[in-house]
Write a protein that binds this ligand. Structure first.
Ligand code: PLP
Ligand code: COI
Length: 358
């Protein structure tokens, strides 16, 4: 049971309305947060919803030195009937524990993870941005809080959830994404932490993402670390390829890419629609050849933040190319509509992915 200690001075309604009118992504935060502690031998304890506030951490806290930290990214949606929903929160809870296991951190009971997220959404439901597509982006995370400089798994942790009022991740009307293929930096190697959602993966990817932005692109694409040839994923999203024969392909999971929940849902929806869906390696040179020959007709990025976003252009030191008409394609649009429909409770949900917050 999560104890509630509501904010003594929540943001006044007029100030809140100004903040959520055009929030962008990840800069406007709500009034509350979830804070739960773990101590070895005692387990998880002191489950609380409290006023959002800066943390006091010992400067020797293990997370600051050895980066024992994991997180999730989720959204709470406003449903057509005025209620609120989460999309497959059980899948986020399960992935969180897989990340915890890889980073030698304690498991968090999955029902406590979902209860924590629901409790925060209920407390801060007034923060939903008013525009179409405005949602609460939820960031559950866990870090090693023990003050100790020896190199071993910490014995104390904190699990927290914060919420941010957000609009679209990419600028509305920005059209299809332009990608930069990093032929120099890689993100993850076999046996590494690529499949875990740990902060360190993102720290290591920032220079490549910054290079993409500097060159005028939206996102970086990483290649595999062994042959520097096979497409893996983008800095913060998975990737799909749509072929002229109507089939769909995405790089296989193998420990080096994040097992995206959106990726999994889209494969299921495409499969339900009778499409051929392949999880198979795809090489950069093949990608370029197929784009040139017209065999490849669409490409899109997908993830919680990105939803489903078309990819129009790809740039690399080894040569640039355009995909299809360089704009939103038919199948990308259809899958996007179906997914967003389920998330907002307006499309049939045969797999019971929508989780209503009560
Ligand atoms: N890949 C990376 C590196 C990500 O950060 C994300 C975002 O969470 C994804 C893929 C997509 O995962 P999901 O669909 O579960 O949000
Ligand atoms: C998400 O889609 O939730 C992510 O975590 C990607 C990025 C914003 C870090």
């Amino acid at each position: 049971m999560i104890a509630s200690v509501p904010h003594p001075h929540p943001t006044p309604a007029d100030a809140r309305a100004r903040l959520i009118a055009n929030p962008g992504f990840g800069t406007v935060f709500t009034d509350h947060m979830i804070d739960i502690r773990y101590t070895e031998g005692k387990g998880w304890h002191d489950e609380r919803l409290v006023a959002r506030a800066p943390l006091t951490l010992d400067p020797a806290a293990a997370v600051l030195h050895y980066a024992q930290e994991i997180f999730e990214g989720m959204k709470a949606y406003r449903l057509a009937d005025g209620g609120f929903g989460l999309f497959r929160p059980d899948a986020n809870a399960a992935r969180f524990n897989q990340s915890a296991q890889r980073m030698a951190m304690p498991a968090l009971p999955e029902d406590l993870f979902v209860e924590a997220v629901e409790t925060l959404v209920r407390a801060d439901a007034a923060w939903f941005p008013p525009m179409d597509g405005g949602v609460l982006y939820l960031r559950p995370f866990m870090f090693a809080s023990e003050a100790f400089l020896g190199v071993r798994p910490a014995r104390e942790y904190r699990f927290m959830v914060i919420a941010s009022a957000v609009g679209a991740y990419f600028k509305a009307g920005g059209g299809a994404l332009s990608l930069w293929v990093s032929e120099h930096y890689t993100r993850a190697a076999r046996g590494g932490t690529g499949a875990a959602k740990c902060g360190g993966n993102y720290a290591g990817s920032l220079i490549a993402q910054a290079e993409a932005i500097e060159k005028g692109h939206d996102q970086v694409v990483f290649l595999d670390a062994v042959e520097n040839r096979w497409i893996e994923e983008l800095g913060g999203m998975n990737i799909f390829f749509v072929f002229a024969d109507g089939s769909l392909q995405t790089p296989p999971l193998g420990g080096t890419i994040l097992p995206g929940i959106t990726r999994d849902a889209l494969m299921t929806l495409a499969h339900d629609a009778g499409m051929t869906v392949r999880e198979a390696p795809y090489a950069l040179d093949q990608w370029r050849a197929d784009a040139h020959s017209g065999k490849l007709v669409e490409c899109f990025a997908c993830g919680t933040a990105a939803v489903v976003t078309p990819i129009g252009k790809v740039a690399a030191e080894s040569g640039d190319f355009t995909i299809g008409a360089g704009a939103l394609g038919q199948l990308t649009q259809k899958l996007r509509q179906q997914l967003v429909g389920i998330q907002h409770g307006v499309a049939p949900d045969p797999h019971n992915w929508l989780h209503r917050i009560r």
